[in-house]
Design a protein around this ligand. Structure first.
Ligand code: ADP
Length: 497
């Protein structure tokens, strides 16, 4: 019986496929998985590229492997796709060949272009329309750069012969043999070209950034029928019935469906996405306004804040400072101290993200004494996750977002019980970690399963209960710590000026 869902999770460092099946308790459970690492290219300082052809080959490989493990394509009802967001691809519509390497979300090459638009006074209009600040992070300036970099590409795009898109658009084009040039509205909300309220492209923004409308995909809802795969690719023609950017897919995976539900993924960086309900909220705290999901007539908007360095601070302690041999040791080291000894670490290794947006800030350690040792560094790094989360939650509150009930967490760092308890304490919020951690893939699978009617809603139906951390720190202690943190952030920002 065709009751399985194939979730494709195309991430920054790897491409994964997971087969899900309906669980007896409701919801979906994993059945088979395959993964291929992805090569990173750094042609110049600040430039990050992926090979779109390699991404396509890897996608086919992991899909075929998972389909074989799960007993054949005929057992599958639909495909759901989730992807690294903002990463931009350009290809020839006739041949389906990429015309340049993909420009990855971290790439800063278009900083001058977006800086010029900001200097010309366009930021408030762009933010009001799209929810996004002017920054090279988003796809529009990357599309324009690609169209200018390849001779003739812009003219050919205007003639409909060259297409651009984010990763899900590229994969759907390839899976359907060029029959579908489509994006989902969450990925479109990360381009700077989509009007957040109407979920349509804005021709004036396309003009402003220099991206011909003829090159852009059609915007769909997250459970629309995106197209059908060519039969010979996977062994059957499967409908693509779900798509969402990775952070939004994780929101759906967590079942964070109501205003006031929020999730934060603590991986290399950390990404907070808070569901704010059925209408966009304009941020005055430099959070990003974005789409949570659009499913049939149901639309959820979100506010998002990114922390650039989370687990990467632990990696630095391990690989740079050699204070650890393994990330897992950090928990016992931090817990071996009775407190932080007044030591704070601001992990601004690549600048500070929301709500500070200080690209020139760098990592800063304050409060060292002759008693400070490696354990203080480790503890300060773990504590910094909580302080940065608190800054984001304060920004959410300042924007008038609905009060958060619990904070749902996933990602590698959530293995650290000390860090999660500290998040609960410093943020005064209950922290919940689901037993099944692949929230991104689960979100994509849920969308596709809903699309084909295999499940009736996007609610969470965990088989095992979550791990829960409740706040227990006293108010004076919390305020003392937050005062120390704010002083440290100020020092990091002043040092950058
Ligand atoms: P990504 O998806 O961004 O690659 P993951 O979710 O796989 O990240 O998480 C990896 C990160 O988690 C690494 O930066 C690593 O240092 C950190 N990490 C893993 N285990 C622990 C732990 N026990 N304590 C703190 N950090 C950890």
């Amino acid at each position: 019986m065709n009751r399985l869902i194939l979730a494709i999770d195309q991430g920054t460092t790897s491409t994964r496929a997971i087969a899900f099946q309906p669980a007896p308790e409701g919801g979906l459970q994993p059945l088979a998985v395959d993964q291929v690492e992805l090569a990173q290219h750094f042609p110049r300082s600040g430039w990050v590229e992926h090979d779109a052809a390699e991404i396509w080959d890897a996608t086919l490989k992991v899909c075929r492997a998972v389909i074989a493990q799960a007993g054949g394509a005929d057992r599958f009802a639909a495909i759901g796709i989730t992807n690294q967001r903002e990463t931009s691809v350009m290809w020839d519509a006739a041949t389906g060949e990429p015309l340049h390497r993909a420009i990855v979300w971290q790439d800063r090459r278009t900083a001058d272009a977006t800086g010029r638009l900001a200097a010309a006074g366009h930021e408030s209009m762009v933010q009001a329309a799209t929810g996004l600040i002017l920054d090279p992070y988003f796809s529009a300036s990357k599309f324009a750069w690609l169209l200018d970099a390849v001779p003739g590409a812009r003219a050919r795009a205007e003639a409909g012969e060259v297409k651009v898109g984010t990763i899900e658009t590229w994969l759907i084009w390839k899976l359907t043999g060029g029959a579908s040039h489509v994006t989902d509205a969450t990925n479109a909300s990360r381009t700077s070209l989509m009007d957040l309220a109407t979920r349509q492209w804005r021709p004036d923004l396309a003009d402003l950034f220099g991206v011909p409308m003829t090159a852009l995909p059609r915007i769909c809802g997250c459970t629309d029928h995106f197209g059908d795969t060519l039969t010979d690719l996977l062994g059957a023609s499967l409908p693509i019935r779900g798509a969402a950017g990775d952070q939004q897919a994780a929101l759906v995976g967590h079942g964070a469906l109501k205003a006031g539900d929020a999730k934060i993924t603590y991986g290399t960086g950390a990404f907070l996405v808070a569901n704010v309900g059925t209408a966009p909220v304009a941020s005055t705290s430099r959070l990003l306004g974005t789409l949570g999901y659009a499913v049939g007539g149901t639309v959820a908007y979100a506010l998002e804040g990114s922390i650039f360095s989370a687990g990467s601070a632990i990696q630095w302690l391990r690989d740079g400072l050699k204070a650890l041999t393994d990330a897992g040791q950090s928990e016992a080291m931090a817990a071996s101290l009775k407190d932080n000894g007044g030591v704070y670490l601001v992990p601004g290794f690549t600048g500070l993200g929301a709500p500070w947006w200080e690209p020139e800030a760098r990592g800063t350690i304050v409060g060292l004494t002759r008693d400070s040792g490696p354990a203080h560094m480790v503890r300060a790094a773990l504590e910094s996750l909580a302080y940065q989360t608190r800054d984001l939650l304060d920004a959410l509150a300042a924007d008038g977002a609905p009060r958060l009930s619990t904070l749902r967490v996933d990602g590698g760092v959530t293995a650290n019980g000390f860090a999660m308890q500290f998040v609960a304490d410093v943020c005064e919020i209950t922290v919940e970690r689901p037993a099944f951690q692949e929230m991104t893939a689960l979100g994509a699978a849920k969308l596709a399963a809903l699309g084909v009617g295999l499940i009736g809603d996007l609610e969470d139906h965990p088989v095992e209960p979550p791990t829960v951390w409740k706040p227990s720190m006293s108010k004076p202690e919390r305020e003392r710590l937050l005062k120390g943190w704010r002083g440290a952030v100020k020092a990091a920002i002043i040092a950058a000026q």
